[in-house]
Design a protein around this ligand. Sequence first.
Ligand SMILES: *Cc1c(COP(=O)(O)O)cnc(C)c1O
Length: 375
Amino acid sequence: MSTVFEHGLTLFQAFPGLASKLAHLPLAELPTPVQALPALGEHLGHRNLYLKRDDLSGKPYGGNKVRKLEWLLAEAQAREARAVMTFGTAGSNHCLATTLYARGIGLESISILSPQTNAWSVGRNLKMGFHAGAELHHYDSEPVAERGAGWQTAKRLIRDEPPPHVIRRGGSSALGTVGFVNAGLELAAQVAAGELPVPDLLYVALGTMGTASGLAIGLAAAGLPTKVVAVRVVHPKYANEEDFRTLFDRTAAMLHRLDQSFPRLRADDACYSIRHEQYGEKYARYTEAGMQAVALMQSHEQIALEGTYTGKALAALIADARKGALRGKTVLFWNTYNSRPFPEQAMNIDYLHMPLSLHRYFEEPFQPLDPHARA
Ligand SMILES: *Cc1c(COP(=O)(O)O)cnc(C)c1O
């Protein structure tokens, strides 16, 4: 079922019993590098600052989603699905990553999209997904929460024969979250190899929560005392304490059930905190602090972040550093944003060939804090 030992997936090395229980597709390039951030650290007056380069997690598209898709697409393949269907906002990195990796293994990809505040990166992701052959549906209501037109379309498409394999918003089912349990174990292995000291704090953006909850499980399973600081960037109905604990408990229980040597972990015993103060007005609406964080990372370390997730997460770290709350601590920032370039061919697509409901993202102005916005 899997060829893991060939590329040494940390989860299967630590818990070999899982290898025969969980189908896995080696889509990512792991482990992702860890590097020090000396210039940003010096600017903040903080010496022990590190970066986890999940922006390089895969080709053609990096970022955090490929770690989840290794498990989610393996399941789709095991069920002999012809297509996958998933959900997100118009500029969703998750929908794009799903399309690129699904197409890569010969599956069709359907994205049910809902509106988001306009930004340059929205059109860029839409073009890339369209170029890769995604079937894009965009409606003015939230597909799942409001059971509007997107929901109706999903219900209709699921009656196809064979039905598309449904992947949750953000890929944050218990199975998708396993990708970040592996990531937590991978980080522990890098600590053991001397690539960085044990982090006291790990800052990461909190969206559909698979990333942060999986990391908290993986770090706890490895016995690391690192605290996951999860910076909420979505509406609290999607990211909150109760649902975080449910996802944590469900994922850990599944792994324990599949391999008894995986520790019985509960969210009660985990080391994490959810931070709310960087959210701003709404999801994907940039904030001053978030965009200042993006600019600082760019000017000091030449690493590109963005305003929806990583900028807000780094803003929390910067605010804590300026308050003196990080003094003497080893701090790791987890970069969840893709840095692989998009092919020019995809960027040269004429948006008029795309579904009419998407044209607005190419015709309406970008939000004022977008560096691509015209004054
Ligand atoms: C999806 C995403 C996140 C959030 O990850 P979740 O697992 O949904 O919490 C963070 N950063 C980027 C760039 C993303 O695309």
